[in-house]
Design a protein around this ligand. Structure first.
Ligand code: FE2
Length: 778
């Protein structure tokens, strides 16, 4: 596997540590190695879960079925300061994963930790700091990075690597940490969809050994290792940690031949998740006497008076089955396609309307069924109690973490065209109108000026994954006008049929997806009632592989919460389902549809990335961070903020006369995300090492405030400022040098790059070229 360059600086640091420790190693015990990084998780004011995994590298079997590691937690990066010592036992029964709930710690102290195996082999170092107790006003601003849906085959985990350089109190994974598929499914290697090969095991995972092997593969990803080491993990699972569209009694998409292993497969997925994630053993509320206790992963993390984070279990304890009709899994898309897919929307009459309304009657009945549940009554009651307690303690924000999105999704392309026209955007109105008419009409003509494949089919999606669709592997074909044609993809039947069912969905508000909360309206309204009792409620969700920003409304129109939904780390998004629609038309269509209650404010349907949340006593700010290219290792060099949103507290809204809604704002600066508060400190004279890449010195330097060089990038490697800042951050460095232009490097004032032959025009010490920043937290 190619190693993204962003973390090579970090790995260099780790390599130095490993070299030092190797000198101490003796005998057979040196065969214990650390290949999967370290992680902390579930931070409480006085403790945190510390995690690693040991791998036996010897030719013979390990000397025992368990091994004890020494664990050091220190307040200095070189472990010379205040030091706490712990022990943890790793066993073969737990797949040699090691988990310690390290107690006796204090909030707001920067800690470093590492593991030492018998023989002296030392793990990479990680770091964390802990929150203040619930209601404690010393907490101040909280920074979280939110992720979902990391699929090995669909791309590189650059989103993790970018976030690893930011100043965070924790990172939150909302599920689909792994995917269960084999190499020919999601993505399909044979169809050249796969971005990254080497999937292990090379088949769909079914057994405990399979799940463990898949986690072990994912945990070799350097970006995941960098983020895991840099700040505590807070994780919940979605469906793919077991199997697609999991519900409490099964996996609807699993073939019948696997039905007899549902229970053992679920147990395997759950066990491996607990082994490979730094999650504290269950502290939640089990849904019933038959539930596994390991399933009760619902829990609350408090961050002083700023924030309470409620983590829900959405899949395996209580979730109702997907809808079935006559024993078959019901698809509203298929039903709509059958109803109107063969008729041009311009010719729809009472007969077509009656068919659509019949489908709508079924979808509304499913979605509105008061017995359909995601959380189940015990967990809803628990959530209400947690919310009430947090609000009563004066905590400013109640943050609800769910896996699937709360907002309704109803794409309305005709509405987007009308909105563009109404706003005076005639260029888009004309173009989108032509595209949409072309897409759904039997008499369509091709819209020119957009990318086409060899067959002349227009492809609008701009995501890098789209390359496999060029040529013979194209899934959609405008010439395919037969609803239900086998050339259609998934639930959709050809481009024209897809466009027509979307049109029908938008006109008559027929939902297309029963897996998200829009398929559980009664329980969703219960959650909105709970949120209405919060001091200030916000929801975060993942699963959809699309970025969304919304406000959530009760049936009476009252806005009771904001919702920030994160796209995937790598999994393919709507660009796969709707490659025939320009991405801006698709996004505008979704906003125009707006859900049943008109709360959707933003959509980005094809970018991968994460959401950076900066939360304080006045507002939650959300930066939507996109990755330019998740399909090549070099893509980590380029990330950008696509949109920023503020959600002010009710008190601030009243003070400032603001509407009860999201505010679209500018993004935080990169420097602010990296450091929180950046204080220029030109008096620092030393700043680490650098390397030099021929005529384009792009490397970076960093130091710890001492004269020690922490890591030196190899010659010939090119590093961006962001990469080196990330390395500095991952290493716990409090000082780094930064060249705002990105094009010249640099080193420090004193360590200059003389020995590397810095060239004219790339002066290291020129005023204004290199600035030194001291990182400090507010
Ligand atoms: Fe996913």
């Amino acid at each position: 596997m190619a190693t993204p360059p962003q973390v090579r600086c970090v790995l260099a640091c780790y390599a130095l540590l490993a070299l030092c420790s190797l000198a101490l190693v003796s005998g057979q015990q040196q065969n214990w190695t650390f290949q999967h990084g370290v992680a902390s998780g579930d931070p409480l004011p006085d403790r945190v879960v510390l995690w690693t995994r040991v791998t036996w590298a010897g030719a013979a079997a390990p000397p025992s079925d368990n091994v004890e590691l020494a664990v050091e937690v220190a307040t200095s990066q070189d472990f010379s300061g205040e030091l706490k010592n712990y022990k943890v036992t790793c066993t073969s029964a737990a797949d040699w994963t090691c988990k310690l709930d390290a107690a006796g710690l204090a909030p707001a102290v920067k800690y470093y930790y590492r593991f030492t195996a018998p023989g002296g082999v030392v793990s990479p170092a990680g770091r964390f700091h802990l929150p203040y107790p619930k209601g404690d006003a010393r907490q101040g601003r909280v920074r979280l990075a939110v992720f979902s849906c990391s699929n090995w085959g669909w791309g590189y985990f650059h989103a993790y690597g970018v976030a690893a350089r930011y100043e965070l109190d924790a990172w939150v994974h909302l599920g689909d940490f792994i995917y269960e598929y084999g190499p020919d499914d999601y993505p399909n290697a044979a169809a050249r969809q796969a971005v990254r090969g080497g999937l292990q095991p090379a088949h769909e995972i079914l057994t405990l050994a399979d799940y463990r092997q898949r986690y072990a593969l994912y945990r070799t990803d350097p970006s995941l290792q960098a983020l895991s080491a840099s700040t505590p993990t807070i994780a919940i699972w979605d469906d793919h940690e077991t199997a697609n569209n999991a519900w409490k009694d099964g996996f609807p998409d699993a073939p019948a031949s696997q039905a007899n292993i549902t229970d053992t497969r679920r147990a395997a997925g759950v066990q491996a998740w607990h082994e490979w994630l730094p999650v504290r053993p269950s502290g939640g509320v089990a849904a019933g006497p038959s539930a596994y206790s390991e399933l009760a992963i619902n829990r609350t993390m408090h961050f002083g008076s700023t924030l309470s984070l409620f983590l829900t279990e959405d899949r395996l304890q209580a979730r109702s089955s997907p809808p079935y009709v006559n024993g078959a899994l019901y698809s509203s898309a298929g039903a709509l396609g059958g109803a109107v897919g063969g008729v041009d929307p311009s010719k729809w009459g009472p007969a077509e309307e009656a068919k659509v309304l019949a489908v709508k009657a079924q979808t509304d009945a499913f979605a509105g069924d008061p017995n359909r549940t995601i959380l189940g009554k015990p967990q809803v009651a628990w959530l209400k109690q947690q919310n009430d307690d947090s609000a009563a303690a004066g905590v400013t924000w109640q943050l609800f973490a769910v896996t699937t999105i709360m907002q309704d999704i109803l794409p309305d392309p005709s509405g987007a065209v009308a909105a563009a026209k109404a706003s005076g955007d005639t260029a888009n109105a004309d173009f989108w109108g032509a595209v949409w008419a072309n897409c759904s009409s039997s008499d369509a003509t091709v819209v020119n000026g957009t990318p086409t494949n060899a067959a002349g089919i227009h492809l609008y999606s701009t995501a890098c994954y789209r390359r496999p669709y060029v040529g013979a592997n194209l899934k959609f074909n405008l010439s395919d006008r037969t609803p239900g044609s086998p050339t259609g993809y998934g639930a959709f039947a050809g481009v024209v049929g897809s466009c027509r069912l979307l049109e029908a969905s938008a006109r008559y508000k027929v939902i297309l997806d029963f897996d998200a909360w829009q398929g559980f309206r009664a329980e969703r309204d219960q959650l909105l009632d709970i949120a209405a009792e919060s001091n200030n409620a916000v929801f975060i969700a993942g699963d959809s592989h699309v970025f969304w920003a919304s406000v959530l409304k009760k049936a009476n129109g009252e806005v009771v919460a904001a919702e920030f939904d994160v796209s995937s780390v790598s999994s393919v998004g709507f660009e796969e389902i709707f490659p025939f629609m320009p991405v801006d038309l698709l996004a505008a269509s979704l906003v125009a549809g707006g859900g049943f209650r008109g709360g959707l404010r933003y959509a980005n349907t094809d970018r991968k990335g994460f959401i950076y949340l900066a939360i304080d006593g006045e507002k939650q700010h959300a930066d939507y961070i996109g990755i330019d290219d998740h399909c090549t290792p070099a893509g980590i060099n380029s990330s950008f903020c696509m949109a920023g949103f503020d959600r002010f507290t009710s008190l601030e809204r009243a003070k400032r006369g603001l509407p009860n809604d999201l505010l679209r704002t500018s993004c935080l600066s990169e420097a602010e995300r990296v450091s929180g508060t950046v204080t220029a400190a030109p008096s620092y004279a030393r700043a680490g090492c650098s390397s030099y890449n021929g005529a384009k010195p792009t490397v970076f330097a960093f130091a710890s405030g001492s004269t020690q060089v922490l890591a030196e990038a190899p010659r010939g490697q090119s590093y961006s400022v962001e990469q080196c800042a990330a390395a500095a951050h991952a290493a716990g460095t409090r000082l780094f040098a930064l060249n705002p232009s990105r094009t010249r490097c640099l080193g420090s004032k004193k360590t200059s790059t003389r020995k590397q032959g810095l060239r004219a025009g790339a002066s290291c010490s020129g005023a204004g070229r290199v600035q030194f920043y001291k990182l400090s937290r507010k």
